[in-house]
Design a protein around this ligand. Structure first.
Ligand SMILES: *Cc1c(COP(=O)(O)O)cnc(C)c1O
Length: 438
């Protein structure tokens, strides 16, 4: 299909996500893509875009990665999918063992689904059901952080505090309790990120002191609250939250759907606080950005509460594509690349270099709160509400896919960004900022 064909037919037949479709008739471009290679996406005329947000934070090692492609081609010749109730297969077993090993064995039981919101739902249902099975029936409510995002199904929206996604559906939702975010941007004069973290933890403590009898779990995005606008906090918050959850007998759910798989600098973000959650949700990067896959890891203690002669004490939740063999194989190939290429070490240098290249931009008079955690870099821009849309268009005009959230510009590149790519990205982002501020 030509570019024009693709656009015309897409607008007629495809209802695009997270989009007011009418905007595609005037100021919001729709971009046709026919091919991807490494960092780059190409249209039918050979126009290209550097995917600096990893296609909504999922792609870790570039498009059409030869190693992941080869693993999938091999898997296609063996088994594409099989029901996971009553049946099992090698990729799902290997993936479960390897993920468990990455938690030091602390989270040894893996439950699979196909997307992030479903992983959130599974963690919430498992936590609730755990307390029911243990006879602690009043524990059936959840606590979430201000600005938290955990997906957009009706259950996941209950613990999501992002107005634009939640408010239209408020009457459908059994909203969770919301406690203050440890977002370091709230630091007052002379305050550090640790001070803000301690203040937020004190609010959590006061809340749990009063309400813990009816609270099943606290859910957090460790270190970076993505959809809140890459709001970053100090690991001190996670240490204190873990201690409070222990003291008040409340589960800690770490939603690492966005920050897991090396994005925060360590393989899991919670490692930076030297803690383990009771539930760990992974998705997005887990399959290298190839296939829909999510997984919830949990402890022996949780698992044991469901292991019973009574069927109804089991976790009967299911999705048709649970543990899909192709998706698990893509995840295994992704983990192989982490090991073979010493990715976490390489990313340290990659992130340092991009941060240094963006230093002039960080010092720009309209830029506020330039921040970084691992391979996530972000800043806020002091501009009118139309800025984000203008920046998006100006970035596309400079062959960059960068998609601000509100007035927050962020970079979440695949872990294959080379020196020249980083130069190109920093120069283009700078020029796009100037153009969008006009
Ligand atoms: C993207 C995301 C989700 C939801 O994942 P989907 O696959 O889009 O349903 C949940 N939590 C966090 C932190 C996310 O970034």
């Amino acid at each position: 299909m030509s570019n024009a064909d693709l656009l015309r037919r897409s607008l007629a037949a495809v209802w695009h996500p997270c989009t007011q479709m009418k905007q595609h008739t005037h100021d919001l471009p729709l971009v046709p893509v026919v091919r991807g290679e490494g960092l780059w996406l190409y249209d039918a005329d050979g126009r290209r875009y550097l995917d600096a947000i990893s296609s909504w934070w999922v792609n870790l090692f570039g498009h059409c990665n030869p190693r992941i492609n080869a693993a999938l081609a091999d898997q296609l010749g063996k088994l594409e999918h099989v029901i996971l109730a009553g049946f099992t297969h090698e990729p799902v077993v290997q993936l479960s063992e390897r993920l468990s090993a990455l938690t030091g064995g602390a989270l040894g039981h893996c439950f699979y689904a196909s997307d992030g919101a479903s992983a959130t739902e599974i963690a919430l249902k498992m936590s609730f059901h755990y307390w029911q099975n243990r006879g602690r029936t009043p524990k059936r409510e959840f606590v979430a952080l201000a600005g938290g995002y955990h997906g957009e199904t009706v259950g996941a929206l209950a613990v999501t505090d992002v107005a634009i996604f939640r408010d239209a559906y408020a009457p459908l939702i059994r909203a969770a309790h919301v406690v203050p975010s440890p977002d370091a941007r709230q630091a007052g004069p002379g305050e550090t990120a640790v001070d803000v973290a301690r203040r937020a933890a004190a609010a959590l403590e006061a809340f749990l002191e009063a309400e813990h009898e009816r609270i099943a779990a606290l859910i957090v995005e460790p270190l970076v609250q993505g959809a809140a606008g890459m709001a970053m906090h100090d690991p001190e918050y996670l240490r204190l939250a873990r201690a409070l959850c222990d003291r008040f007998e409340v589960h800690l759910i770490c939603d690492e759907i966005a920050v897991g798989c090396g994005r925060s600098g360590t393989f899991f973000a919670h490692e930076q606080a030297s803690i383990r959650p009771d539930f760990l949700c992974l998705s997005k990067g887990i399959s290298g950005g190839y296939l829909p896959l999510s997984v919830v890891l949990t402890t022996d203690t949780v698992y044991a509460a469901f292991y019973d002669d009574a069927t109804v004490k089991g976790f009967l939740h299911s999705h048709s594509y649970t543990g899909n063999a192709l998706a698990c194989r893509a995840a295994l190939a992704t983990l192989d690349i982490f090991e073979a290429d010493d990715v976490l070490v390489q990313n340290q240098a990659r992130g340092d270099r991009l941060e240094a290249l963006l230093a002039p931009l960080a010092a720009h008079e309209k830029v506020r709160h330039f921040r970084r955690r691992g391979m996530i870099l972000a800043f806020d821009v002091d501009a009118d509400p139309g800025f984000g849309r203008r920046f998006y268009r100006e970035a596309l005009a400079r062959e960059l896919l960068l998609r601000p959230m509100g007035n927050t510009v962020y970079f979440m590149p695949p872990y294959i960004l080379g020196d020249n790519d980083a130069d190109f990205l920093a120069a283009g982002a700078s020029a796009a900022l100037e153009a969008a501020l006009q």
